[in-house]
Design a protein around this ligand. Structure first.
Ligand SMILES: C[S@@+](CC[C@H](N)C(=O)[O-])C[C@H]1O[C@@H](n2cnc3c(N)ncnc32)[C@H](O)[C@@H]1O
Length: 424
Protein backbone atom coordinates (compact mmCIF):
# COMPACT_ATOMS: atom_id res chain seq x y z
CA UNK A 1 0.00 0.00 0.00
CA UNK A 2 1.31 3.41 -0.83
CA UNK A 3 -0.04 6.89 -1.28
CA UNK A 4 -0.57 7.49 -4.96
CA UNK A 5 -3.56 9.73 -4.36
CA UNK A 6 -3.60 13.35 -3.23
CA UNK A 7 -4.80 14.08 0.28
CA UNK A 8 -3.47 14.22 3.79
CA UNK A 9 -1.56 11.02 4.37
CA UNK A 10 -3.26 10.13 7.65
CA UNK A 11 -6.71 10.44 6.04
CA UNK A 12 -5.67 8.40 3.00
CA UNK A 13 -4.27 5.68 5.25
CA UNK A 14 -7.34 5.59 7.51
CA UNK A 15 -9.64 5.30 4.49
CA UNK A 16 -7.59 2.42 3.04
CA UNK A 17 -7.43 0.55 6.35
CA UNK A 18 -11.19 0.85 6.75
CA UNK A 19 -11.66 -0.89 3.39
CA UNK A 20 -9.85 -4.05 4.57
CA UNK A 21 -12.09 -7.11 4.68
CA UNK A 22 -11.82 -8.76 7.18
CA UNK A 23 -10.47 -5.83 9.25
CA UNK A 24 -6.74 -6.01 9.98
CA UNK A 25 -5.61 -6.96 13.47
CA UNK A 26 -4.10 -4.07 15.44
CA UNK A 27 -0.64 -5.51 14.83
CA UNK A 28 -1.12 -5.81 11.07
CA UNK A 29 -2.64 -2.34 10.86
CA UNK A 30 0.39 -0.95 12.72
CA UNK A 31 2.73 -2.78 10.32
CA UNK A 32 0.80 -1.47 7.29
CA UNK A 33 0.99 2.06 8.73
CA UNK A 34 4.74 1.59 9.28
CA UNK A 35 5.27 0.65 5.62
CA UNK A 36 3.02 3.47 4.43
CA UNK A 37 4.75 6.21 6.42
CA UNK A 38 8.27 4.91 5.87
CA UNK A 39 7.67 4.82 2.12
CA UNK A 40 6.33 8.37 2.25
CA UNK A 41 9.09 9.72 4.47
CA UNK A 42 11.91 8.11 2.47
CA UNK A 43 10.40 8.35 -0.99
CA UNK A 44 13.08 10.40 -2.73
CA UNK A 45 15.91 8.26 -1.42
CA UNK A 46 13.99 5.06 -2.21
CA UNK A 47 13.33 6.26 -5.77
CA UNK A 48 16.95 7.27 -6.19
CA UNK A 49 18.13 3.77 -5.14
CA UNK A 50 15.54 2.05 -7.37
CA UNK A 51 16.41 4.29 -10.33
CA UNK A 52 19.94 2.91 -10.35
CA UNK A 53 18.51 -0.45 -11.47
CA UNK A 54 15.23 0.18 -13.31
CA UNK A 55 15.21 0.67 -17.07
CA UNK A 56 13.03 3.77 -16.82
CA UNK A 57 12.68 6.14 -13.86
CA UNK A 58 10.43 4.82 -11.10
CA UNK A 59 7.98 7.70 -11.52
CA UNK A 60 7.30 6.52 -15.07
CA UNK A 61 6.44 2.93 -14.09
CA UNK A 62 2.88 1.66 -13.76
CA UNK A 63 1.44 2.99 -10.49
CA UNK A 64 0.98 -0.46 -8.85
CA UNK A 65 4.48 -1.61 -9.81
CA UNK A 66 5.96 1.66 -8.61
CA UNK A 67 4.13 1.39 -5.28
CA UNK A 68 5.17 -2.25 -4.82
CA UNK A 69 8.83 -1.42 -5.49
CA UNK A 70 8.81 1.57 -3.16
CA UNK A 71 7.07 -0.29 -0.33
CA UNK A 72 9.31 -3.36 -0.82
CA UNK A 73 12.48 -1.32 -0.56
CA UNK A 74 11.12 0.64 2.40
CA UNK A 75 10.67 -2.66 4.26
CA UNK A 76 14.06 -4.10 3.36
CA UNK A 77 16.05 -0.93 3.89
CA UNK A 78 14.35 0.84 6.77
CA UNK A 79 12.00 -1.54 8.56
CA UNK A 80 14.27 -4.47 9.35
CA UNK A 81 12.21 -6.83 7.25
CA UNK A 82 14.55 -9.59 5.98
CA UNK A 83 15.26 -9.03 2.28
CA UNK A 84 13.89 -12.44 1.09
CA UNK A 85 10.60 -11.78 2.89
CA UNK A 86 10.30 -8.25 1.46
CA UNK A 87 11.10 -9.50 -2.05
CA UNK A 88 8.75 -12.51 -1.88
CA UNK A 89 5.83 -10.42 -0.64
CA UNK A 90 6.48 -7.79 -3.32
CA UNK A 91 6.58 -10.42 -6.08
CA UNK A 92 3.34 -11.95 -4.76
CA UNK A 93 1.74 -8.52 -4.75
CA UNK A 94 2.83 -7.81 -8.32
CA UNK A 95 1.15 -11.06 -9.39
CA UNK A 96 -1.96 -10.29 -7.33
CA UNK A 97 -2.23 -6.95 -9.15
CA UNK A 98 -2.07 -8.74 -12.51
CA UNK A 99 1.48 -7.55 -13.16
CA UNK A 100 2.93 -11.03 -13.64
CA UNK A 101 5.26 -9.83 -16.37
CA UNK A 102 6.82 -7.33 -13.93
CA UNK A 103 7.40 -9.94 -11.19
CA UNK A 104 10.92 -10.81 -12.37
CA UNK A 105 11.89 -7.16 -12.60
CA UNK A 106 10.50 -6.48 -9.09
CA UNK A 107 12.56 -9.36 -7.74
CA UNK A 108 15.81 -8.31 -9.40
CA UNK A 109 15.50 -4.56 -8.81
CA UNK A 110 14.62 -4.96 -5.15
CA UNK A 111 17.58 -7.26 -4.47
CA UNK A 112 20.03 -4.93 -6.18
CA UNK A 113 18.56 -1.69 -4.77
CA UNK A 114 18.62 -3.11 -1.23
CA UNK A 115 22.35 -3.80 -1.58
CA UNK A 116 23.05 -0.35 -3.03
CA UNK A 117 24.93 2.06 -0.77
CA UNK A 118 23.46 5.50 -1.33
CA UNK A 119 26.54 7.09 0.25
CA UNK A 120 28.30 6.39 -3.05
CA UNK A 121 25.96 8.81 -4.83
CA UNK A 122 27.48 12.13 -5.76
CA UNK A 123 25.56 15.38 -5.98
CA UNK A 124 26.65 18.64 -7.62
CA UNK A 125 25.38 20.68 -4.65
CA UNK A 126 24.95 19.84 -0.94
CA UNK A 127 21.32 21.00 -1.07
CA UNK A 128 20.59 18.29 -3.64
CA UNK A 129 22.08 15.69 -1.32
CA UNK A 130 19.94 17.08 1.49
CA UNK A 131 16.78 16.79 -0.63
CA UNK A 132 17.42 13.22 -1.77
CA UNK A 133 18.99 11.81 1.38
CA UNK A 134 16.18 13.15 3.57
CA UNK A 135 13.33 12.98 1.03
CA UNK A 136 12.47 16.65 1.01
CA UNK A 137 11.05 18.68 -1.87
CA UNK A 138 13.61 20.92 -3.56
CA UNK A 139 11.85 23.96 -2.08
CA UNK A 140 11.92 22.62 1.49
CA UNK A 141 15.55 21.55 1.20
CA UNK A 142 16.51 24.95 -0.21
CA UNK A 143 14.88 26.79 2.70
CA UNK A 144 16.51 24.59 5.30
CA UNK A 145 19.92 24.86 3.65
CA UNK A 146 19.60 28.61 3.14
CA UNK A 147 18.86 29.21 6.83
CA UNK A 148 20.97 26.51 8.47
CA UNK A 149 23.70 25.44 6.03
CA UNK A 150 25.30 22.11 6.97
CA UNK A 151 23.25 22.02 10.19
CA UNK A 152 20.23 21.35 7.97
CA UNK A 153 21.42 17.71 7.67
CA UNK A 154 21.19 17.21 11.44
CA UNK A 155 17.80 18.92 11.49
CA UNK A 156 16.50 16.71 8.68
CA UNK A 157 17.85 13.59 10.42
CA UNK A 158 16.10 14.61 13.65
CA UNK A 159 12.73 14.59 11.87
CA UNK A 160 13.07 10.80 11.69
CA UNK A 161 13.56 10.40 15.43
CA UNK A 162 10.18 10.44 17.00
CA UNK A 163 10.65 11.10 20.67
CA UNK A 164 8.28 10.68 23.55
CA UNK A 165 4.69 11.78 23.46
CA UNK A 166 4.28 14.70 25.82
CA UNK A 167 1.02 15.50 27.50
CA UNK A 168 -0.29 18.38 29.54
CA UNK A 169 -1.93 17.46 32.83
CA UNK A 170 -5.37 19.05 33.12
CA UNK A 171 -4.90 20.73 36.49
CA UNK A 172 -8.59 21.68 36.48
CA UNK A 173 -9.35 17.99 37.10
CA UNK A 174 -6.27 16.20 38.40
CA UNK A 175 -2.63 16.51 39.43
CA UNK A 176 0.68 15.20 38.08
CA UNK A 177 1.01 12.32 40.56
CA UNK A 178 -2.63 11.23 40.31
CA UNK A 179 -2.57 11.25 36.50
CA UNK A 180 0.71 9.35 36.48
CA UNK A 181 -0.95 6.60 38.57
CA UNK A 182 -4.08 6.60 36.43
CA UNK A 183 -2.13 6.27 33.18
CA UNK A 184 0.12 3.55 34.59
CA UNK A 185 -2.98 1.62 35.61
CA UNK A 186 -4.04 1.88 31.95
CA UNK A 187 -0.77 0.29 30.82
CA UNK A 188 1.18 3.47 29.93
CA UNK A 189 4.82 4.15 30.73
CA UNK A 190 4.98 7.58 32.35
CA UNK A 191 7.91 9.84 33.25
CA UNK A 192 7.90 13.42 34.51
CA UNK A 193 8.44 16.02 31.78
CA UNK A 194 10.90 18.90 32.01
CA UNK A 195 8.47 21.20 33.82
CA UNK A 196 5.38 20.94 36.04
CA UNK A 197 2.18 19.48 34.59
CA UNK A 198 4.07 17.98 31.69
CA UNK A 199 4.48 14.19 31.42
CA UNK A 200 6.35 12.03 28.89
CA UNK A 201 4.18 9.02 28.09
CA UNK A 202 4.39 5.85 26.06
CA UNK A 203 0.86 4.83 25.23
CA UNK A 204 0.05 1.21 24.31
CA UNK A 205 -2.25 2.55 21.54
CA UNK A 206 -3.64 5.95 20.66
CA UNK A 207 -3.64 8.44 23.58
CA UNK A 208 -7.27 9.19 22.70
CA UNK A 209 -8.12 5.53 23.40
CA UNK A 210 -7.42 5.90 27.13
CA UNK A 211 -10.14 6.42 29.73
CA UNK A 212 -8.08 9.27 31.17
CA UNK A 213 -8.36 11.10 27.84
CA UNK A 214 -12.13 10.58 27.65
CA UNK A 215 -12.36 11.96 31.19
CA UNK A 216 -10.48 15.08 30.08
CA UNK A 217 -7.54 14.50 32.43
CA UNK A 218 -4.96 15.55 29.83
CA UNK A 219 -4.33 16.75 26.33
CA UNK A 220 -1.48 15.80 24.04
CA UNK A 221 0.85 18.72 23.44
CA UNK A 222 4.47 18.76 22.29
CA UNK A 223 7.07 20.47 24.45
CA UNK A 224 7.52 23.40 22.12
CA UNK A 225 3.76 24.04 21.92
CA UNK A 226 3.49 23.89 25.70
CA UNK A 227 6.35 26.35 25.91
CA UNK A 228 4.62 28.82 23.56
CA UNK A 229 1.37 28.68 25.54
CA UNK A 230 3.23 29.06 28.85
CA UNK A 231 5.12 32.08 27.48
CA UNK A 232 1.84 34.02 27.65
CA UNK A 233 2.04 33.65 31.47
CA UNK A 234 -1.77 33.77 31.48
CA UNK A 235 -3.16 34.09 35.02
CA UNK A 236 -6.44 33.73 36.89
CA UNK A 237 -8.87 36.55 36.26
CA UNK A 238 -7.17 37.88 33.16
CA UNK A 239 -8.63 38.53 29.72
CA UNK A 240 -6.83 36.31 27.23
CA UNK A 241 -7.24 36.23 23.44
CA UNK A 242 -6.10 33.27 21.32
CA UNK A 243 -6.37 34.55 17.75
CA UNK A 244 -5.57 31.33 15.82
CA UNK A 245 -6.85 28.79 18.28
CA UNK A 246 -7.99 25.61 16.55
CA UNK A 247 -7.80 22.76 17.48
CA UNK A 248 -7.40 24.40 20.88
CA UNK A 249 -4.25 22.92 22.44
CA UNK A 250 -2.74 26.21 23.55
CA UNK A 251 -6.13 27.53 24.66
CA UNK A 252 -6.44 24.52 26.98
CA UNK A 253 -3.01 25.11 28.48
CA UNK A 254 -3.83 28.78 29.05
CA UNK A 255 -7.27 28.00 30.56
CA UNK A 256 -5.56 25.62 33.00
CA UNK A 257 -2.98 28.29 33.89
CA UNK A 258 -5.93 30.67 34.46
CA UNK A 259 -7.51 28.12 36.87
CA UNK A 260 -10.61 28.51 34.69
CA UNK A 261 -11.09 32.06 36.03
CA UNK A 262 -11.22 35.11 33.80
CA UNK A 263 -12.10 35.37 30.13
CA UNK A 264 -10.52 33.36 27.36
CA UNK A 265 -11.63 34.10 23.81
CA UNK A 266 -10.52 31.43 21.34
CA UNK A 267 -10.95 32.42 17.72
CA UNK A 268 -10.14 30.82 14.40
CA UNK A 269 -10.90 31.83 10.84
CA UNK A 270 -11.94 28.36 9.73
CA UNK A 271 -15.51 27.64 10.84
CA UNK A 272 -15.20 23.88 10.44
CA UNK A 273 -12.35 23.86 12.96
CA UNK A 274 -14.31 25.62 15.73
CA UNK A 275 -16.04 22.42 17.01
CA UNK A 276 -12.57 21.00 17.72
CA UNK A 277 -12.01 23.76 20.26
CA UNK A 278 -15.53 23.43 21.66
CA UNK A 279 -15.12 19.67 22.09
CA UNK A 280 -11.73 20.16 23.76
CA UNK A 281 -13.21 22.68 26.20
CA UNK A 282 -16.16 20.38 26.98
CA UNK A 283 -13.93 17.33 27.50
CA UNK A 284 -11.50 19.21 29.75
CA UNK A 285 -14.11 21.18 31.71
CA UNK A 286 -13.00 24.62 30.50
CA UNK A 287 -15.75 27.10 31.30
CA UNK A 288 -13.81 30.39 31.10
CA UNK A 289 -13.42 30.04 27.33
CA UNK A 290 -15.69 31.06 24.49
CA UNK A 291 -15.17 30.08 20.88
CA UNK A 292 -15.78 32.32 17.88
CA UNK A 293 -15.05 32.57 14.22
CA UNK A 294 -12.80 35.47 13.30
CA UNK A 295 -10.12 36.53 10.87
CA UNK A 296 -7.13 37.46 13.00
CA UNK A 297 -5.87 39.89 10.38
CA UNK A 298 -9.04 42.04 10.65
CA UNK A 299 -9.66 44.25 13.68
CA UNK A 300 -12.89 43.58 15.56
CA UNK A 301 -13.48 46.42 17.97
CA UNK A 302 -16.28 44.54 19.74
CA UNK A 303 -13.74 42.17 21.28
CA UNK A 304 -12.28 44.83 23.59
CA UNK A 305 -8.80 44.69 25.10
CA UNK A 306 -6.85 41.79 26.59
CA UNK A 307 -4.02 41.22 29.07
CA UNK A 308 -2.63 38.45 26.92
CA UNK A 309 -2.83 37.94 23.16
CA UNK A 310 -1.50 34.82 21.50
CA UNK A 311 -0.88 34.70 17.73
CA UNK A 312 -0.05 31.07 16.95
CA UNK A 313 -0.14 31.91 13.28
CA UNK A 314 -0.64 29.66 10.25
CA UNK A 315 2.82 28.84 8.91
CA UNK A 316 4.81 26.62 6.55
CA UNK A 317 5.13 23.93 9.26
CA UNK A 318 8.79 23.24 8.50
CA UNK A 319 9.41 22.43 12.16
CA UNK A 320 6.87 19.62 12.34
CA UNK A 321 7.96 17.54 9.35
CA UNK A 322 8.61 14.69 11.78
CA UNK A 323 4.92 14.56 12.73
CA UNK A 324 3.39 15.60 9.40
CA UNK A 325 5.16 13.81 6.54
CA UNK A 326 3.13 15.66 3.88
CA UNK A 327 5.09 18.83 4.66
CA UNK A 328 8.21 17.19 3.15
CA UNK A 329 6.65 17.59 -0.28
CA UNK A 330 5.52 21.21 0.01
CA UNK A 331 6.36 23.49 -2.89
CA UNK A 332 6.14 26.55 -0.62
CA UNK A 333 4.80 28.58 -3.50
CA UNK A 334 2.33 30.43 -1.26
CA UNK A 335 5.01 31.39 1.22
CA UNK A 336 5.06 35.11 0.48
CA UNK A 337 1.30 35.44 1.02
CA UNK A 338 1.65 33.44 4.23
CA UNK A 339 4.41 35.76 5.43
CA UNK A 340 2.22 38.82 4.67
CA UNK A 341 -0.72 37.27 6.52
CA UNK A 342 1.45 36.51 9.57
CA UNK A 343 2.65 40.14 9.72
CA UNK A 344 -0.91 41.41 9.30
CA UNK A 345 -2.08 39.19 12.16
CA UNK A 346 0.72 40.41 14.39
CA UNK A 347 0.07 44.06 13.54
CA UNK A 348 -3.63 43.56 14.19
CA UNK A 349 -3.08 41.64 17.43
CA UNK A 350 -1.39 44.60 19.05
CA UNK A 351 -4.60 46.60 18.74
CA UNK A 352 -6.25 44.26 21.26
CA UNK A 353 -3.44 44.50 23.79
CA UNK A 354 -3.96 46.34 27.09
CA UNK A 355 -1.26 48.87 28.01
CA UNK A 356 0.65 46.45 30.25
CA UNK A 357 -0.29 43.41 28.25
CA UNK A 358 1.83 40.68 26.72
CA UNK A 359 1.74 39.59 23.11
CA UNK A 360 3.10 36.19 22.11
CA UNK A 361 3.85 35.24 18.50
CA UNK A 362 4.57 31.61 17.67
CA UNK A 363 5.02 29.32 14.70
CA UNK A 364 5.77 25.65 14.16
CA UNK A 365 8.32 26.46 11.50
CA UNK A 366 12.05 27.13 11.53
CA UNK A 367 11.97 29.41 8.50
CA UNK A 368 13.69 32.68 9.44
CA UNK A 369 11.33 34.72 7.20
CA UNK A 370 8.34 33.57 9.23
CA UNK A 371 10.07 33.92 12.59
CA UNK A 372 12.91 36.28 13.48
CA UNK A 373 12.30 38.48 10.40
CA UNK A 374 8.66 38.97 11.36
CA UNK A 375 9.53 40.14 14.86
CA UNK A 376 12.29 42.42 13.57
CA UNK A 377 9.79 44.03 11.15
CA UNK A 378 7.20 44.37 13.89
CA UNK A 379 9.64 45.99 16.34
CA UNK A 380 10.86 48.39 13.65
CA UNK A 381 7.28 49.57 13.16
CA UNK A 382 6.47 49.47 16.87
CA UNK A 383 9.53 50.79 18.67
CA UNK A 384 7.44 50.94 21.84
CA UNK A 385 7.71 47.12 21.98
CA UNK A 386 10.64 44.95 22.95
CA UNK A 387 11.28 41.21 22.99
CA UNK A 388 11.15 39.71 26.50
CA UNK A 389 13.33 36.69 27.33
CA UNK A 390 11.36 33.70 28.65
CA UNK A 391 11.77 32.91 32.34
CA UNK A 392 12.89 29.35 31.82
CA UNK A 393 14.08 27.75 28.64
CA UNK A 394 14.30 24.02 27.98
CA UNK A 395 17.65 22.45 27.21
CA UNK A 396 18.84 23.12 23.68
CA UNK A 397 16.46 25.99 22.91
CA UNK A 398 18.20 29.13 21.68
CA UNK A 399 17.12 32.50 23.06
CA UNK A 400 17.99 35.09 20.43
CA UNK A 401 17.44 38.79 19.95
CA UNK A 402 14.07 38.22 18.26
CA UNK A 403 12.72 35.18 20.08
CA UNK A 404 13.32 31.60 21.18
CA UNK A 405 14.05 28.95 18.59
CA UNK A 406 13.61 25.21 19.05
CA UNK A 407 15.58 23.18 16.53
CA UNK A 408 14.58 19.50 16.57
CA UNK A 409 18.11 18.07 16.79
CA UNK A 410 18.93 20.30 19.77
CA UNK A 411 15.68 20.18 21.73
CA UNK A 412 14.45 16.70 20.76
CA UNK A 413 11.11 18.35 20.04
CA UNK A 414 9.33 19.94 17.12
CA UNK A 415 11.03 22.86 15.45
CA UNK A 416 9.27 25.92 16.81
CA UNK A 417 9.63 29.65 17.34
CA UNK A 418 8.16 31.86 20.07
CA UNK A 419 8.59 35.58 20.70
CA UNK A 420 7.25 37.42 23.75
CA UNK A 421 6.52 41.11 23.13
CA UNK A 422 5.76 43.78 25.70
CA UNK A 423 5.69 47.55 25.68
CA UNK A 424 8.95 49.06 26.91
C1 LIG B 1 -0.92 26.63 14.00
S1 LIG B 1 -2.62 26.43 13.88
C2 LIG B 1 -3.13 26.85 15.51
C3 LIG B 1 -2.91 25.75 16.53
C4 LIG B 1 -3.54 26.09 17.86
N1 LIG B 1 -3.08 27.34 18.39
C5 LIG B 1 -3.28 25.02 18.90
O1 LIG B 1 -2.36 25.14 19.69
O2 LIG B 1 -4.02 24.02 18.91
C6 LIG B 1 -3.08 27.85 13.01
C7 LIG B 1 -4.57 28.10 12.93
O3 LIG B 1 -4.76 29.35 12.30
C8 LIG B 1 -5.99 29.32 11.63
N2 LIG B 1 -5.99 30.45 10.70
C9 LIG B 1 -5.53 30.53 9.44
N3 LIG B 1 -5.69 31.77 8.96
C10 LIG B 1 -6.28 32.50 9.93
C11 LIG B 1 -6.72 33.84 10.05
N4 LIG B 1 -6.59 34.71 9.04
N5 LIG B 1 -7.30 34.22 11.20
C12 LIG B 1 -7.46 33.35 12.23
N6 LIG B 1 -7.07 32.07 12.17
C13 LIG B 1 -6.49 31.66 11.04
C14 LIG B 1 -6.02 27.93 11.02
O4 LIG B 1 -7.34 27.55 10.77
C15 LIG B 1 -5.36 27.10 12.12
O5 LIG B 1 -6.34 26.52 12.93
Amino acid sequence: MHQERDGYSNLVLDAELKKCEPPLSRRDAAFAAGIFYTTLERQRLIDCCLNQFTRKPVVKLDAPVRAILRAGLAQAKFLDVPLPAAVNESVKLAKAFGKTSAAGMVNAVLRRAAAFDEKTLSFPQPVERLAVQYSLSDAVAEFLYRDYGEEAFAIAEAFYHRGDTFIRVNTLKTGDAALTDTLRAEGCEVRPGPWPHCLAVRFPASPAATKAFAQGLFHVQGLASQFAALCTAAQSGQRVLDLCAAPGGKSLTMAEAMHNEGTLVSADAVKSRLPLIEQAFARCGVTCGSVRQGDASQFDESLGTFDRVLCDVPCSGLGVIGKKPDIRFKTLENLSSLVSLQQKILQNAVRYLAQNGRLVYSTCTINVNENEDQIRTFCREHPEFHVVAPQTVPEGAAVGEWGTLFLPHRTASDGFFTAILERV
